[in-house]
Design a protein around this ligand. Structure first.
Ligand code: 5GP
Length: 206
């Protein structure tokens, strides 16, 4: 997504060769128009999947899951990192190790909000080690729901996340794919051009 790459180039702050700070427009202060456009892009990429629910994890995935939910006209649910007393015992849960915080926590979702057979799109801000998304994928499986794919706003392709998800047969779509970064410099993998076959365009084949 060109506009996203441009914002990362202009405003991203590369803290090390592994950590990118984008909290002026994505995950602390949020550019709401950009978040809406991101939601629409996820909806377009997964339009054929008859999604019934969008799932994310608090806190940084929430704005994108909401935008995707609005674009798809379905509810979104976010997994909580701390179990509240209001949740009761009927929860699905998974253990997740946080890449940025260096701690392991239990994420939970109340069972009522993820029903067997639901068609789920998982959305998050970053794909790094993949731990958060694997945890959410486990929860979808526990619920007997169907995971149609994962949408990430930013993927760091030099970390293992995509491999881990694809090993499990999960389809991954990322809107900006960073192949390398260092302070003051970020490289993206170019977007794949949309291939339209001659048969579709002319109806006559080549
Ligand atoms: P994971 O390692 O599980 O793929 O990523 C977990 C979470 O860590 C992401 O959802 C995101 O919130 C955070 N994260 C991972 N890499 C980065 C990064 O480079 N910058 C920022 N700001 N957050 C990150």
């Amino acid at each position: 997504m060109k506009v996203l790459e441009q914002r990362i180039q202009a405003e991203g702050n590369i803290l090390s060769d592994r950590v990118l700070k984008v909290d002026s427009f994505l995950n602390h202060q949020v550019d709401t128009q950009l978040a809406v456009a991101i939601g629409q892009e996820f909806a377009r990429l997964f339009a054929h999947e008859q999604i019934t629910k969008v799932l994310t994890i608090e806190a940084s995935g929430i704005q994108f899951a909401m935008a995707a939910g609005i674009a798809l006209n379905v509810p979104f649910v976010y997994a909580k990192k701390k179990k509240a007393i209001t949740q009761g015992d009927q929860v699905y849960s998974a253990s997740v190790h946080s890449f940025t915080r260096g701690e392991t926590y239990q994420v939970t979702i109340v069972q009522d909000y993820l029903q067997p057979g639901e068609r789920v799109l998982i959305v998050d801000d970053f794909l790094a080690t993949g731990a958060a998304l694997v945890g959410l994928a486990d929860i979808v499986e526990q619920a007997g729901a169907i995971l149609v794919g994962v949408g990430c706003v930013i993927e760091k392709t030099f970390q293992e996340g995509r491999g881990l998800l694809e090993e499990r047969g999960i389809a991954v779509q990322s809107l900006a794919r960073i192949s390398a970064m260092s302070p003051g410099h970020v490289e993206f993998i170019p977007e794949q051009p949309l291939i339209v076959s001659s048969l579709n365009r002319t109806g006559a084949g080549v």
